[in-house]
Design a protein around this ligand. Sequence first.
Ligand code: PRX
Length: 637
Amino acid sequence: MSSFYLNNLTDYNTAYEASVKNTEQFWDAIAKKNFLWKKRWSRVLEYDFSVPKIKWFEGAELNITENCIDRHLENNADKTAIIFEPNDPSSESEYITYKELQGRVNKFANVLKSKGVNKGDRVCIYLPMIPELAVSVLACARIGAIHSVVFAGFSSTALATRINDCDCKIVITSDGSYRGAKTIDLKGIVDEALESCPNVNSVLVAKRIHSNINMANGRDEWLEPLLNDASESCDATVMNAEDPLFILYTSGSTGKPKGMVHTTAGYMVYTAHTFKNIFQYQEDDVYWCTADIGWITGHSYIVYGPLLNGATTVMFEGVPNYPNYGRFWDIVQKHNINQFYTAPTAIRALAKQGDDFVNPYDLSSLKVLGTVGEPINDEAWHWYSTTIGKNKCPIVDTWWQTETGGILISPIPNCFSGKPTYATLPFVGIQPALMDENGNEILNTKAEGRLCIKFPWPSIARTIWGDHKRYKDTYFSAFANCYFTGDGALRDENGHYRITGRVDDVVIVSGHNLGTAPIEDAINEHRNIAESAIVGFPHDIKGNALYGFVTLKSESSESEIEVIKSEINALISKKIGPIAKLDKIQITKGLPKTRSGKIMRRILRKIAHKDTGNLGDISTLLNPDVVQSIIDNSLNK
Ligand code: PRX
């Protein structure tokens, strides 16, 4: 895997030009050179964004786990594939070699087979960041089952929605999880979820916290004895290039979460190629991404991208502030981390604690620093670069999405450097465009608009599970023949992109994508709530936080209102998860509405942003006077 490194700006310019002029030839060469195929493709790309239909490497046959594991065994059987760093710093780290990983994945795959899981079946994985999570993901891929990992911070209702949406019959979970000083009863959450999932007939439970949990007769089984009895060999199921590899849910601005479907070959080629080039991974480096495998970042850049490159990848079970705010840097020192990839919200939270938590540690192993998930502000960028990177590590501000499968816009360290707050230039093969309000592409280099991508890349999601129409409506309808990202961006005179944020009703809170409508739906179930509107507002650490404007059905006393406010957040925690809780709740007499009854969120957004100087023309509202009373009582004055 030594070839295809982009080593300097000329490499990038040449490769970029080729990737845009002869896209098929470009990816054909990369796919041929770097992977193990059981059968080559008959066609590199077939697509039509107006359907939409996208197929990469059609006709090819492969199994991604042979590329992630088996092919490394010849030279690197004893190399560490995964370093597991537990929540408790005094517990031993675990080092899983490629050979061991193969045995563990195969055993797990055989257990799944013994439970009747076949190619194409959906398997729900609801696990903390323990080795079983990576192993179960790969075990599904080994036998062609479609994994649907649900982040273990989601509530029972959110879990049930995801299980039912793609009709999983089996759930993999653990007795519980550690999170800093706390333990979480994951199995209890699963039990509650399964009360509304009649089709789940098997639950496999990993032992982690050794708690006394309920095991439903005939449905729940401990994993350990099953794995002990299973064989270490398992033939890799032959997959077609376009067979689904996984489903991963992401919030939409309305309605239920969208099950983004990623397929096998294109996802493999793109995540491998981006990982190698953007993180400049070299043989023997140790790479650490702090994300959870429950998000796309963990799928692509903890599991698949690194393992496809035969890398050593770290899985961290804990949190950045346990036992104290130096934990990340302790781990960097302990494992001599070379590439470190985290989110702006974590950087801001750690920077706020001061450098005393950083200074005791030797961070000299670091070579590349990455950030992902939301725009990184100037201050956080500089702190990261100076205090962590000692001004010698390039920062890769990587912009991408669950839907894109891999990084689309990012600096490439050897080729061109980062610029604070800019994701900079498109990766090879990526053709961004900025659109104006009328749907036309803005051709000036320096511009601001809605960010679209004009041409498919190998790891673009192919559909929304069970709802191709929604896929078309969400991503391919706003602008003709383009993929619409939902983000706004500006482009400087050198063609460098800076992502400015969502232009829809999605708010990114601590790097988590949250649709506001599903949160409103959740709280509107409260017996005393007439209606609500939720918007984002800037927050020092989280990037954005949520502000809810709520009207009540009946007059309530101050103490009743306090109870209602805490019930609102309890409801959100239950229906979605604690990450979606509101930071501010303002009880209002009414919400500003158009004459057709639509809530004017634009005005509420301005109030939440303390930007009430220019609210635009509000005279046409159904209830203009309500605006002033909301401003007068605003919690963000
Ligand atoms: O708004 C962009 C923001 O995160 C959104 C995608 O969220 P999700 O699907 O959860 O995936 C996150 C991890 C890839 C985008 O539409 N976003 C992601 N990375 C950046 C970003 N915004 C600015 N800069 C980034 N580097």
